[in-house]
Design a protein around this ligand. Structure first.
Ligand code: SAM
Length: 435
């Protein structure tokens, strides 16, 4: 008699206890029950460590599906050589959605692991399919990319270099709020965000009153801080420095959680962080509406992007001193991205003023000035026409070099797209000489 081909499965599993839940394993097997037992044997069937399935499904070709998962979520793997992936509730959703939408996916086999007997029970399917949720594979990939883009960590030296530019007195007796800071491990600097570390190390020097940092429970958890949101509060008492983590009930640690908003509006004096790229527009709105002082890192191109231009137009934000080109990824490797400091703190003697080449239009080299189809002047390479009384279009560079502090103003609160010979060019903004 012909033997049935064994069924093939993909699973996502994880070792408990909770302190280890910042990673998960995504693997393949043709025997879910045996695999579970094997994993629990590797832990010595310990009473405190236990491997459980979070998701299991049957697929047509497990090797192919597993390889596609590796390719898609390569940046989410703890080590290239292993099938251990970063875990958070948001990431887990991504993995599951990707698998369920794979063309070789057959059906979900929801199982419940019985801890005492190390056996699995098939239970009723409850989660809606991607189709039912109106999602496509492209949506999933974009979502994964978005999360990946958020996981850029600021280097200590970049925080130090920027803060050194401001008058030290502005920090005196202030409550500093780092509301996208993910981590504080008082016993391990490597597990602490650069912002938190900087303010703790310089607490006395800056004469701060309090430091509050939030840990967001839904992110990649680079610093192994767990899936629960918390607020870290650091103060100085008569016995020395005191840091405490509080885990309010149902607190997500998100900057827009009701408790985070309360801290922002009622307690914070200066907000300092590098917020997630994917939520930058919401973040800026909340922050600027709070009316609080801030010093944050965001994308270099915000000054020429519709969601942000109105704040520059209304003079509610301006460039800080430095650009930030290097960050650390979740594997703590250097990665480049174009960021810049933005602030509403007083900025004086910008070093970048020297980049601006302000001169009469006729002195600007021909190759750096042209007119678009609507006869609007476009200048580049930081050339700025002096005494030219009509609006002209510039890129992000002169704005970040402080041209708006040199007698020029934004004349529209939105992007300007030049067309040259009918062809759309990169976004710019329109400015005008008001000297
Ligand atoms: C660009 S990283 C910067 C982290 C840290 N501030 C630093 O500079 O190293 C943005 C961080 O915000 C976290 N994050 C994502 N969504 C968030 C949210 N809704 N509220 C707070 N933090 C969030 C991400 O997990 C990520 O750790």
């Amino acid at each position: 008699m012909k033997k049935d081909k064994p069924k093939e499965y993909i699973y996502i599993g994880q070792y408990l206890p909770e302190s280890k839940t910042n990673t998960c394993k995504i693997g393949k097997t043709n025997n879910l029950e045996r695999r579970l037992k094997e994993y629990n044997q590797t832990t010595g069937l310990s009473k405190t460590t236990f491997f459980q399935y979070l998701f299991t499904c049957e697929v047509k070709d497990m090797t192919q599906v597993e390889s596609d998962i590796k390719k898609t979520f390569n940046g989410f793997r703890e080590k290239r050589s292993r099938e251990i992936y970063f875990y958070s509730s948001e990431f887990f959703k991504q993995y599951v959605e990707f698998i369920k939408f794979h063309k070789l996916f057959l059906e979900e086999i929801p199982v419940k692991t019985d801890e005492s007997k190390q056996v699995i029970k098939i239970i009723k399917k409850t989660t809606p399919s991607l189709k039912e949720r109106g999602l496509t594979r492209k949506d999933l990939l974009q979502k994964a990319q978005k999360i990946k883009n958020d996981e850029f960590y600021t280097r200590y030296e970049d925080v130090e270099k920027e803060i050194a530019m401001y008058d030290k007195n502005i920090w005196k007796d202030k409550v500093i709020f780092c509301n996208c800071d993910d981590a504080v491990d008082e016993n391990d600097d490597r597990n602490t965000s650069a912002f938190a570390l900087y303010f703790m190390r310089n607490f006395k020097e800056l004469d701060l009153k309090k430091l509050i940092c939030l840990h967001y429970g839904g992110g990649i958890d680079l610093f192994n801080q767990g899936a629960k949101g918390y607020a870290f509060i650091y103060i100085v008492t008569k016995d020395g420095f005191k840091g405490e983590k509080i885990y309010p009930k149902n607190f997500t640690g998100s900057f827009d959680d009701p408790l985070s908003l309360k801290i922002l509006n009622e307690e914070a004096d200066i907000v300092c962080t590098n917020p997630p790229f994917s939520r930058a527009a919401d973040y800026w709105k909340i922050l600027i509406e709070s009316g609080k002082k801030f010093l944050i890192i965001s994308n270099f191109t915000n000054v020429i992007t519709n969601s942000f231009i109105p704040y520059f137009y209304e003079n509610k934000v301006w460039a800080g001193y430095n650009r930030v080109d290097w960050y650390l990824n979740p594997k703590k490797q250097l990665v480049d991205a174009s960021g810049h400091w933005y602030t509403n703190l007083h900025v004086t003697n910008r070093v970048k003023y020297k980049n601006l080449k302000i001169m009469p239009l006729k002195e600007i080299p021909e190759k750096h000035k042209k007119y678009d189809d609507s006869k609007t002047l476009l200048v580049d390479n930081n050339y700025i026409p002096k005494g030219y009384k009509k609006p002209f279009a510039v890129s992000a560079f002169p704005i970040l070099s402080g041209v708006l502090e040199k007698g020029y103003k934004l004349i529209e609160n939105k992007e300007y797209y030049p067309y040259i010979n009918g062809k759309k060019r990169f976004a710019r903004v329109l400015v005008q000489d008001i000297n």
